[in-house]
Write a protein that binds this ligand. Structure first.
Ligand code: NDP
Ligand code: DXP
Ligand code: MN
Length: 393
């Protein structure tokens, strides 16, 4: 029996994880759940999966505490609550799927000896980088990627030494704005940016896919997960999202992992300790698909991939600042405060201003992020408003 602690249970990844648990009775036991503000789904999950503890956002704590009184479920709140869920010692697997850098501290607390950290929350590695990797090693835990590209690379690498790898190719769908020019991107609406062509995901990562910053974050994630040099990482646009990523070996062979775009595949692989669970994922009908296509990314219209490489080259606090800038700018765009192309402008400004000395502890990383968010907030205030450029339907 695999025992689970789940951070971000009410989100897209969290719900897909619980779908897998539901479909495999007797295989998993959910011990602890951490949700945010979605009281309805958090309550349903608590009633169905009967965890020992449930943490929710402070705002909905009184309502959930009262509703679950007498149920035997310990109800907790806020950051302390999420950290208690992740530190739940009896869970053999921690599924980390809170969105954004908010997931870093709870994930950090959950890095325990012998435990699998199934990591969906890529921002943990973008902001936490070396410090997170060092802690995983020091504690004797194991990091299993959930992000589809990194799961594909992990799967392709089974049985092969990293010394024989020439490079990895991260595939990108290109997002809903594929083919648009830099000028055309000025007037993209929130509704358009949220219309991802192949994946159904939460709003923040969906906007990241539209700017291609998702691939930027994944470049930094790959660097830390697989100890790669930036020169070993390439991005290729593959519109169908069928090939989830590839590894090229020194003998010129490529190994790829393919499948329908459905996160239950990479999640189940990670939480089951690399087993292949029976899932009702849509099969691939290759003659019906007919063509798999590949393009180079358009770096002029979508500069975020370049920013990620620049952040790795610059080092210091650059990745923390780039990530913090992106989080604030994406939220400002979703709130219809800044235009779509304002997101990459905030990223660029913060990347340039990022301090060059490294932040090596959790406290230093958090402090660096607070400073970055203050600067990003100021840049956003100075920006031309969303409604001046976007055609709001
Ligand atoms: N969705 C996908 O297919 C993929 C996602 N990822 C990564 O996984 C992570 C989650 O993505 P996704 O599931 O799409 O996001 P969602 O927006 O769908 O879900 C986010 C989850 O985080 C919770 N949450 C947000 N802020 C806090 C907080 N401060 N404290 C506690 N919980 C919080 C939300 O709670 P509530 O809703 O209750 O407020 C929700 O459960 C992201 O880092 C993303 O980049 C990676 C690859 C694929
Ligand atoms: C499912 C997943 O792993 C996402 O990160 C996905 O890769 C997003 O699609 P893009 O390729 O458009 O960024
Ligand atoms: Mn991905």
């Amino acid at each position: 029996m695999i025992t689970l602690s789940i951070l971000g249970s009410t989100g897209s990844i969290g719900r897909s994880t619980l779908d897998i648990v539901r479909a495999h009775p007797g295989r998993f036991r959910v011990l602890a759940l951490a949700a945010g503000k979605n009281a309805g789904i958090a309550m349903e999950q608590a009633r169905e999966f009967r965890p020992e503890m449930l943490s929710v956002a402070n705002e909905i704590y009184p309502e959930i505490r009262d509703a679950l009184a007498g149920s035997g479920i310990r109800v907790l709140a806020g950051l302390d609550g999420a950290c208690a869920v992740s530190a739940c010692a009896d869970a053999s697997v921690l599924l980390s799927a809170i969105v954004g850098e908010a997931g870093l501290a709870p994930t950090w607390e959950g890095i325990l000896p012998g435990r699998i950290i199934a990591l969906a929350n890529k921002e943990t590695l973008v902001a936490g980088g070396e410090a997170v990797v060092r802690r995983v090693k020091a504690k004797g835990a194991r990091l299993m990627p959930v992000d589809s590209e990194h799961s594909a690379i992990h799967q392709a690498m089974r049985g092969h030494p990293w010394s024989r790898v020439r490079r990895v190719i991260l595939t990108a769908s290109g997002g809903p704005m594929f083919g648009r020019t830099r000028k055309e991107l000025q007037s993209v609406t929130v509704e358009e940016a949220l219309n991802h062509p192949t994946w159904k995901m939460g709003p923040k990562i969906t906007v990241d896919s539209a700017t291609l910053m998702n691939k930027g974050l994944e470049i930094i994630e790959a660097k830390w997960l697989f100890d790669l040099s930036p020169r070993q990482i390439e991005v290729v646009v593959h519109r169908q999202s069928i090939i989830h990523s590839m590894v090229e070996f020194v003998d010129g062979s490529f190994l790829a992992q393919l499948g329908s775009p459905d996160m239950r595949g990479p999640i189940s692989y990670a939480i089951s300790g690399e087993d292949r669970l029976d899932l009702d994922v849509k099969t691939l009908d290759f003659p019906a698909i007919a063509q798999l296509t590949f393009h180079r990314p358009d770096h002029e219209a979508f500069p975020s991939i370049g920013f990620a490489f620049r952040a790795l080259e610059k080092g210091g606090q650059a990745s923390i600042w780039l990530n913090a800038a992106n989080e604030l700018a994406v939220q400002a765009f979703l709130d219809k405060k800044i235009p779509f192309d304002g997101i990459s402008r905030v990223q660029e400004l913060l990347l340039e201003e990022a301090p060059e000395n490294p932040a090596l502890s959790l406290e230093e990383i958090q402090l660096s992020s607070v400073r970055a968010r203050k600067v990003a907030g100021e840049k956003i205030e100075e920006m031309v408003p969303y409604h001046k450029v976007a055609t709001v339907s």
